[in-house]
Ligand binder design. Structure first.
Ligand SMILES: [Zn+2]
Ligand SMILES: [Zn+2]
Length: 145
């Protein structure tokens, strides 16, 4: 959060444009946003920006490694600015809330398959599925006893 979106774009050698700055700013405030939400929020900031322009900016930022795209099963793609740290996600089955969780090991890939079949693996994509605190039935614990 200490570096502005402008600085980030400049450091990556990307042209600083209003839509790019707006997209990155939106993602800092709304991690794991869908492209539609980003387009909506960027539109609210800048006025007239086409959805396609926002999609193009997202694609360019993903390509440059500024933005990470995750795609939990059954979800549209989600975008975030937290990249390069191999963090994982907790996803609520009920409300789709998505929360970052640090990788438990620092190695990549952080899981070893029982058989790598000769593949040179560099990543394990981990999504933890369950119910977030607000979606868990409150009386579940007492009822189970
Ligand atoms: Zn939930
Ligand atoms: Zn994340």
């Amino acid at each position: 959060m200490d570096r502005s979106s402008r600085d980030v774009l400049r450091e990556m050698g990307l042209r600083v444009t209003a839509p790019r700055v707006a997209v990155l700013d939106v993602l800092v405030d709304h991690p794991h946003a869908t492209a539609d939400l980003v387009a909506q929020l960027v539109g609210a900031k800048l006025g007239k920006v086409s959805q396609q322009a926002v999609y193009d900016v997202l694609a360019a930022c993903v390509g440059a490694g500024l933005v990470r795209r995750i795609e939990p099963a059954g979800s549209p793609a989600l975008f975030e600015t937290r990249t390069g740290d191999n963090h994982h996600h907790l996803v609520c089955r009920a409300c789709r809330r998505t929360t970052d969780v640090d990788c438990a090991t620092d190695a990549r890939p952080c899981l070893t398959p029982s058989d790598d079949a000769g593949y040179a693996l560099d990543e394990a994509e981990v999504v933890f599925w369950g119910l977030c605190p607000s979606c868990q039935p409150i009386d579940d614990h007492t009822r189970q006893k």
